[in-house]
Design a protein around this ligand. Sequence first.
Ligand code: PXG
Length: 442
Amino acid sequence: MSNRLKVTPNDLSAFWMGFTPNRQFKKAPRMVVSAKDMHYTSSDGRQILDGSAGLWCVNAGHCRPKIVEAIQTQAANLDFAPTFQFGHPLAFELANRLVDIAPVGLEHVMYTNSGSESVDTALKTAIAYHRAKGNGSRFRLIGRERGYHGVNFGGVSVGGIVGNRKMFGTLLTGVDHLSHTHNLAKNAFTKGEPEHGAELADELERIVALHDASTIAAVIVEPVAGSTGVLVPPKGYLKRLREICTKHDILLIFDEVITGYGRLGTPFAADYFGVTPDIMVTAKGLTNGVIPMGAVFVTKEIHDAFMNGPEHVIEFFHGYTYSGNPIASAAALGTLDTYKEEGLLTRASELAPYWEEAVHSLKGEPNVIDIRNIGLIGAIELAPIAGEPGKRGFNCIVRGFEHGAMLRITGDIIALSPPLIITKGQIDELVDHVRDTIRAVA
Ligand code: PXG
């Protein structure tokens, strides 16, 4: 233990926390000290219902035995091994298992350590792929307003959340953005996919007309935008985006960091919407959040475009020290085993109708201006307090935790994404927590 912690156990100042109001937190910390299945235990010994699967990652629930055991065993057997020029079997086994559950056509996997790294890997791969095919002029990347693709320079550049962008200068050049699809006037309180907005995909044609397809490498979108407050794609939107990309030889990248590994009731959102991207970005649920790891899936065509030149020469100058780390690989295999044994990659589809009714029962509560849902995701959008955007949402975090629920908030939107092991009774409990919280902060 550090000296400082021994002397002053309450000194929280050294850790500069991410995406957190540090001064407020350190005055009144919300600490958890252990977890099991659907619950955290707070430092003052209370059970806290996990309404957000940690940060959208603990899909199988907390401290699951198969995953714990896999990590413990692996740590004692092979702790680290390089995957540059050397290898170890688990990383290969995992890639095969991942390709087995991936949408047909996505046949190769690269490893990373986070969603942000997965995004940047995907963007670099897209540009490099075109270059490998002799199309070096295709360098532009197209993102979407209100998109979230992590915090590295590539992901922030294609992302569309102003708070994440404005502090960081010019970011990547050659980036353009589609409009977001959020439309309260037309789609408020829609259950599932909204009716209005598929035509917004046609904006890609406008962008192509402006820049010319020969300069565009890829389009990246979250099939369901999560961090920005859960924006469910309008009916037909993703299919249209796919068609336009195909027509112009632009790669389509799905950022499935949140939607991957069962969140919508299918293994991936690509399965749910029947739209296969050229590159699929994942992380979070890959290891149940337990060990940092991401996986980027690409088509055979993309992979094979690099497999030429002398055989002793590296084909793609990219990778991370911890790509395919043995303990992370073991955690991922333990996670996939747990998902399989408990049917968790499809469980959300069984719960979705019940979940939808439960979440929409909050209509009519004070300040609720929209409710959205898909799979085991829900969002309740609250009207902001006049002149203080985000304050009502923040109050929900504090009040929720005090009363036994971990709620995830973006601005004034409550985003719900519980572990996929949640029972119907616990869905009721979670929605009751949200109802109490919304009333309390009214
Ligand atoms: N893409 C998407 C779609 C994400 O949701 C990332 C990339 C980045 O992943 P890493 O592992 O680098 O954080 C994410 C992360 C929230 C919330 O409450 C969402 C994320 C992270 C933290 C909070 O909405 N998503």
